[in-house]
Design a protein around this ligand. Structure first.
Ligand SMILES: NC(=O)c1ccc[n+]([C@@H]2O[C@H](COP(=O)([O-])OP(=O)(O)OC[C@H]3O[C@@H](n4cnc5c(N)ncnc54)[C@H](O)[C@@H]3O)[C@@H](O)[C@H]2O)c1
Length: 337
């Protein structure tokens, strides 16, 4: 079978830091043959650095030369580029969030169904070893009741790129960071449908000049996205989820936490722990070693390649990424009200 020819649209931080090296790990099955970026110098530099043959100024020109694309541009462009690629008969791995709004995500999903092409969204937390092991352990948790999700960074607003620009990204800490752990938690819960969403968002940093920030600096006057978000989500099976996310929390330290309390037992993902009852006792089990690939980006690339080659199914289905975007929309709408 011939190799899957992959092109990149947008070759900034995440393309160079995660996806290009991950795909190049699988040189027997795929070849990155083309890159495109509005910053043409960057596109050429990346092509030279990673030995990629073709550089296209206009991303649509690459479609006839590739079988799949990885879209790594700001969120505003995800829908337009994904739909154009799918309609040209090209599979897509699109960075998260799926798009700026659920409405755009629905159009992307429709395009993938109509063209019968693969549409994957890069919610890479699902490919972490702890996450994969937790998914297998969910049978010991039983029906999920209450899920707690915390994606909290202490003073780490990304000071580079366009992360604090609402027009290009659609939001801040929730759409950029909290979305990962929200996606992971709902997948572990078995992807129940949400029925009710309440949220609060805060935008304190837009009013705070010279904020102490560990990840570079940003202009508070143009900072127009959320820095803290809390939400309560209710699902049709009765389960509920409490979400807290922030880029700039005044807390002791960063926290990534997903825990699920179910009918039979409970678990926490980071670190991986199982809480159960046995022989009349309360038992806690901790994973001492988890097999598998350390780099979730590599597992994500493998799943995408194998799905495009018809060997397996997507781990992150576009319908599931759509639900994450629907919930994000509803959190922002609830907060506005
Ligand atoms: N999965 C993760 O953990 C993770 C982490 C970081 C970023 N991301 C996502 O990846 C995407 C890109 O983020 P990044 O950090 O690489 O940003 P970046 O700013 O470093 O890179 C974006 C690149 O896209 C290019 N670009 C912008 N508009 C374009 C257009 N219209 N056509 C072609 N190229 C265009 C820019 O010139 C730049 O090179 C975003 O959607 C972001 O949310 C995901």
């Amino acid at each position: 079978m011939s190799k899957l020819r992959i092109g990149f649209i947008g070759v900034g931080g995440i393309a160079q830091g995660r996806h290009i090296p991950a795909f190049q790990t699988f040189s027997d099955d795929c070849e990155i043959t083309a890159v495109s970026d509005v910053n043409k110098d960057r596109a050429q530099e990346v092509a030279d650095k990673f030995t990629i043959k073709h550089v296209f100024a206009e991303y649509k020109d690459m479609f006839q030369h590739v079988d799949a694309v990885c879209i790594c541009t700001p969120n505003k462009f995800h829908a337009e580029m994904t739909i154009a690629a799918l309609e040209a008969g090209v599979h897509v791995l699109c960075e998260k969030p799926m798009a700026l709004s659920a409405e755009e995500c629905e159009k992307m999903l429709d395009a993938s169904k109509e063209t019968n092409k693969v549409l994957a969204i890069a919610y890479h937390y699902r490919f972490m070893k702890n996450a994969q092991a937790a998914k297998k352990m969910m049978q010991e948790v039983g029906t999920p009741l209450v899920t707690r999700v915390q994606a909290l960074r202490r003073r780490k607003v990304p000071g580079w790129g366009v992360f604090t620009n609402k027009t290009l990204q659609g939001g801040g800490s929730l759409i950029d960071y909290g979305c990962h752990l929200l996606d992971l938690a709902i997948w572990l819960m078995g992807s129940p449908k949400h029925i009710d969403v309440h949220g609060s968002t805060y935008n304190v940093l837009s009013k705070t000049p010279n904020s102490v920030n560990q990840w570079g600096s940003f202009d508070h006057e143009t900072f127009d996205v959320d820095d803290h978000v809390t939400a309560y989500i209710k699902f049709e099976n009765g389960a509920s989820l409490l979400l807290e996310t922030s880029w700039a929390a005044n807390i002791l330290d960063d926290q990534e936490h997903v825990s699920i309390s179910g009918v039979e037992g409970g678990l926490s993902v980071f670190p991986l722990e199982l809480y159960s009852t046995k022989n009349g006792m309360l038992m806690n089990s901790q994973a001492a070693w988890i097999p598998g690939e350390e780099n979730p980006g590599v597992e994500q690339a493998k799943n995408f390649i194998d799905t495009c080659l018809g060997k397996t199914e997507l781990v992150v289905k576009p319908e599931e990424a759509l639900q994450v975007s629907q919930i994000i929309d509803r959190i922002y709408q609830s907060a506005d009200k």
